[in-house]
Design a protein around this ligand. Structure first.
Ligand code: SF4
Length: 386
């Protein structure tokens, strides 16, 4: 089964007000030694593989577009050399508008990157300020146009909805604005107030209103309507794509297939083991430099790991697969993987969810119903092992 590779780049110019990712501002001086450690980790883990074949590489963060194109090329090269990254693999780079130019984008393309994920978030200057973003709406539009000119024919955009002070009218404008650019893929994120973030603190202090879940639900429904009219298909709870532009890398997660994570705070799941690396950048570098080797899929930077029992793997395969709203969880594929149909293991829960109108079950597959899209956690919690 082909692998997917995730590379974490934990550096940002400044921190956005909603962000709780493992990323740091002011540490850019560590980028070069960090990348040395990253390549070292990739080589060390690959020594436990007799033959690897990878079909996707995702550079996420953080802000991977802080890397020079040569640095990106060296990661792609390491992935090709040690993980059999195929010539046709999907190679995604996350980038922030306003922080790159056309020559740089062209050089990323030449380095092998063939999919760009742009953090647009909103088409309103006030909302971008609220989110602590460093770009303007004009820079977003310009970056998208530059990326097309640089040869990117697969561009995904991230947007945030359900934030304090957002309105349905404003959201409508954001959607119309970005859909007019004709992106190939859209990811919509409902704002969650993560503890410790600046937005969370301001809401707790009462200087910002809390997000309104009813408004967020209306925004989601409105987005579904507009995006469908624009010709992108809704294929995952929070993701839409033109035909053939579904994210191969993220599909690997949703199909509960193996992926390796490299870098500070990266997670991976392969060989029946789930693992996670240490978060701090310096500790990550030190561990890779000095730590003892570990067995595949762990590196010296692993902070923890757990074996994935068969029961948990079945549960996670069902839960993650249900996120793929069009295809759902195929009964034949599940049976081929586990030797039994989902109904044999999850029968009572599936019956209950069907009666609640949250899933539909036919001869081929189990799928979420449309009314479950916004309350999918109610479904997933019933499918967890005891
Ligand atoms: S640019 Fe992305 S990773 Fe960095 S702080 Fe903002 S949201 Fe977080």
């Amino acid at each position: 089964m082909p692998l997917s590779l995730y590379i974490h780049i934990p550096f940002c110019q400044t921190l956005c007000t909603y962000c709780a990712f493992n990323t740091y501002a002011g540490l850019n001086a560590l980028i070069a030694p960090y990348l040395d450690a990253l390549r070292c980790e990739m080589r060390a883990v690959s020594s436990g593989l007799s033959k690897a074949h990878s079909h996707s590489l995702f550079l996420g963060g953080g802000t991977p577009s802080l890397l020079d194109p040569e640095q990106v090329a060296s990661i792609v090269h390491t992935a090709r050399e040690h993980y059999g990254l195929s010539p046709t693999a999907e190679i995604t780079l996350e980038a922030n508008p306003g922080a790159t130019d056309e020559a740089r984008l062209t050089a990323y393309r030449a380095a092998g990157v063939n999919r760009l994920s742009l953090g647009i978030q909103s088409a309103h200057a006030g909302e971008l300020r609220l989110f602590g973003r460093r770009h303007t709406p004009e820079q977003s539009a310009e970056t998208f146009a530059m990326a097309r000119r640089a040869g990117f024919d697969n561009i995904s955009l991230d947007l945030i909805y359900g934030a304090p002070h957002q309105t349905l009218d404003g959201w409508d404008t954001t959607l119309h604005t970005v859909l007019a650019w004709q992106p190939d893929h859209l990811s919509l994120y409902a704002l969650t107030l993560e503890p410790g973030t600046s937005l969370h603190i301001r809401v707790k202090r009462g200087t910002l209103p809390p997000p309104d879940p009813d408004l967020a639900a209306d925004m989601y429904d409105h987005a579904r309507l507009l995006i469908a009219q624009a010709g992108l298909a809704h294929y995952e709870i929070s993701n839409w794509a033109c035909p053939g532009f579904e994210s191969l890398h993220n599909r690997q997660y949703w199909l509960n297939r193996p992926y390796l994570g490299f870098g500070a705070g990266a997670h991976g799941s392969a060989g029946g083991v789930r693992y996670w690396n240490v978060d701090p950048v310096r500790e990550y570098i030190d561990r890779i430099d000095q730590g003892p080797p570990r067995g595949y899929p762990l590196s010296a930077a692993a902070a923890g790991c757990e074996e994935i029992a068969r029961e948990l793997e079945m549960s996670e395969t069902l839960i993650l697969g249900l996120r793929l709203v069009r295809e759902g969880v195929g009964k034949a594929a599940f049976a081929a993987r586990f030797g039994c149909e989902p109904g044999e293991v999850f029968g009572p829960a599936l019956n209950e969810l069907t009666e609640m109108g949250l899933i539909s079950v036919d001869a081929e597959a189990i799928r979420l119903t449309e009314r479950a899209y916004l309350v999918s956690n109610q479904v997933f919690v019933r499918l967890l092992p005891d």
